[in-house]
Design a protein around this ligand. Structure first.
Ligand SMILES: O=C(CO)[C@H](O)[C@H](O)COP(=O)(O)O
Length: 299
């Protein structure tokens, strides 16, 4: 099967190489064409425009896999693709799109005779390259059509079809919410170790915890890699971005009236990490000083 892959960022590039290794015929394109040159050197067919990519399918049903940032770039790409595609061709959104946007895109494309699938992709760059974790949603017929590719490029037991359009991105969104909470718990554990009277070696700790403990896993192994590179993370500033998935998870928790304190707190902790002024703490310190004369640290 041929796949037209649009978007050669870190994840898209790795996924293209994975597909090629799995015997999938990939035609790859990217907005900035130097990436197309680069991937062509890896033995993947590069296309210098969407039209060139689509034309490379000949009479075959087109399967176009988008690996572009969520939001406006997905819509822009879809609009450019629509005039180039034939009835029943398939567009896959492999990014972290909001599931409600996915459902709306599915409905719009269905109305004009195109298929739209959502395939949430996890496992980071290494997973995309060597065996991804894939969460698919969409109509059954097009999912079954592309399933041989999904099965090949995913790690063993790391692919699932979850049903209606949007469900793949929904499952990925909740996955990312969980990811926030798990990372926050790991961070807090090391924070307490750091504050303790013991002179704990974090690299050793994360190595030991990565081998046979209840909390072993990919995140702990990555934590170990980070401590190997920088024993006390002195090169890293403690500000953490949040690109949207946990915000949407919280919107769902509120909509469904489900209590999700860990994910909520981990998202707000990230927001707070960006706030140099820590104005709320200033306010709390000022209040304590006002009512109790408690000490205020002066800048
Ligand atoms: O999808 C992912 C992993 O599964 C990405 O790592 C995730 O998008 C990063 O999100 P954020 O910037 O919000 O931490």
């Amino acid at each position: 099967m041929k796949i037209g892959l649009v978007g050669l960022g870190r994840m898209g590039y790795a996924l293209a190489l994975n597909m090629k290794d799995c015997g999938v015929e990939v035609i790859a394109t990217n907005r900035s064409l130097d990436k197309v040159d680069e991937i062509a050197k890896e033995g993947i067919k590069g296309a210098y425009s969407l039209k060139e990519m689509v034309d490379a399918f000949g009479d075959e049903r087109r399967v176009i896999w988008l690996m572009v940032p969520s939001g406006e770039p997905v819509d822009a790409m879809i609009e450019e693709l629509i005039p180039l595609l034939n009835f029943n061709d398939i567009i896959i959104d492999g990014g972290n799109s909001y599931y409600k946007d996915t459902v709306a895109r599915y409905q719009r494309l269905k109305a004009i005779g195109l298929q739209f699938l959502d395939v949430g992709t996890s496992g980071g760059i290494s997973g995309a390259r060597n065996g991804a974790c894939l969460m698919a949603g969409g109509e059954e017929e097009p999912v079954k059509y592309i399933e041989p590719v999904l099965e090949k490029i995913s790690i063993e037991n790391g692919y699932g079809y979850f049903g209606a359009p949007g469900s793949g991105h929904y499952v990925k969104m909740i996955h990312n919410g969980i990811e926030y909470g798990m990372m926050q718990a790991i961070g807090e554990g090391f924070d307490i170790l750091k504050a303790s009277e013991f002179d704990i070696d974090f690299e050793l700790t994360s190595k030991v915890w990565s081998n046979g403990s209840i909390i072993e896993g990919l995140l702990m192994r990555l934590m170990h890699e980070a401590f190997k590179q920088d024993a006390d993370l002195s090169q890293i500033v403690g500000k953490v971005d949040a690109s949207g998935e946990a915000d949407w998870t919280l919107l769902e928790a509120v909509r469904l009236k489900v209590s999700a304190p860990v994910i909520t707190q981990s998202l707000f902790t990230r927001y707070k990490s960006k706030d140099d002024e820590r104005f709320s703490e200033k306010a709390v310190a000022a209040l304590r000083n006002q009512f109790g004369g408690h000490k205020v640290y002066k800048a």
